[in-house]
Design a binder for this molecule. Structure first.
Ligand code: ADP
Ligand code: MG
Length: 240
């Protein structure tokens, strides 16, 4: 589903992704861990063209998104992103947040987008908040709305960038529960998170990034029981 081949990313003189190679199969769940500044966000932002790789190739669902004439809008339709800070539209209701992109970008009718939107709100346990505004919701509820909004685009890939890092501790689990539920379906997920319980429960593959490279990859068990590199061990000892 996702093929990252020899990707480098520079911000001016700063070399933040260094020859990244990564394959994600259809339906696979990949968790990305690593210290702050190691390039995790930049890597997943390249997967939906929020950033453009400086060199290398990324193919998503058979489409070379790094080609000069890549269909950016199409890529963003099929590869959805959930951010640390939710990024809901503050002046739109919850349901309007869910219907905006499908009606404007995918040209789906308002009725159809509302109907599926309500179904996804139901799924994240927030059907009764359809007419509320984001500021009236807790952080955990806002993030569940953001997940429902992403789902309402019917993406083939879901990217999550530290989706629980901005939440108060008591709200983390409600968001993780929604993500675990989602993971049981066929959707392909790439999740930057330090929630190792989540990784253990759903990840097929865990990737440890350090200094712009993928230093180590393997199953969650590998990371819990037998990490290879000292830097990985040190990092895990700090978060576990
Ligand atoms: P992580 O998500 O692992 O914390 P990031 O991918 O956000 O790491 O950042 C990797 C490096 O790239 C950091 O040194 C960061 O400061 C730098 N960086 C990220 N985005 C930009 C940008 N838009 N402009 C310049 N430097 C950036
Ligand atoms: Mg980040």
């Amino acid at each position: 589903m996702i093929k990252v081949q020899g990707v480098n990313k520079f911000f001016g003189p700063l070399h933040v992704l260094k020859d990244i190679h990564l394959n994600v199969d259809s339906g696979e769940k990949v968790v990305v861990i690593g210290p702050s500044g190691s390039g995790k966000s930049t890597l997943i932002r390249c997967m939906n063209l929020l950033e453009t790789p400086s060199t290398g190739q990324i193919v998503v669902d058979g489409v070379d998104i790094t080609a000069p004439k890549a269909p950016i809008t199409k890529v963003r339709e099929s590869v959805a992103m959930v951010f640390q800070q939710f990024n809901l539209y503050p002046h739109k209701t919850v349901l309007e947040n869910l219907t905006l992109a499908p009606t404007r970008i995918k040209k789906i009718s308002r009725d159809e987008a509302s109907e599926s939107g309500l179904a996804f709100l139901e799924r994240v346990g927030l059907r009764e908040k359809a007419d509320a505004y984001p500021a009236q919701l807790s952080g955990g509820q806002q993030q569940r709305v953001a997940i429902a909004r992403a789902l309402n685009m019917r993406p083939t890939v879901m990217l999550f960038d530290e989706p629980t890092s901005a939440l108060d501790p008591e709200m983390i689990q409600e968001v993780l529960d929604v993500m675990v539920d989602l993971a049981k379906e066929g959707i392909t997920m790439v999740v930057v998170t330090h929630e190792m319980g989540f990784a253990k429960q759903v990840a097929d593959q865990v990737i440890f990034m350090d200094g712009g490279t993928i230093l180590e990859k393997g199953s969650p068990e590998h990371f819990f029981t037998n990490p290879e590199h000292d830097r990985t061990k040190l990092f895990l000892s700090r978060i576990l």
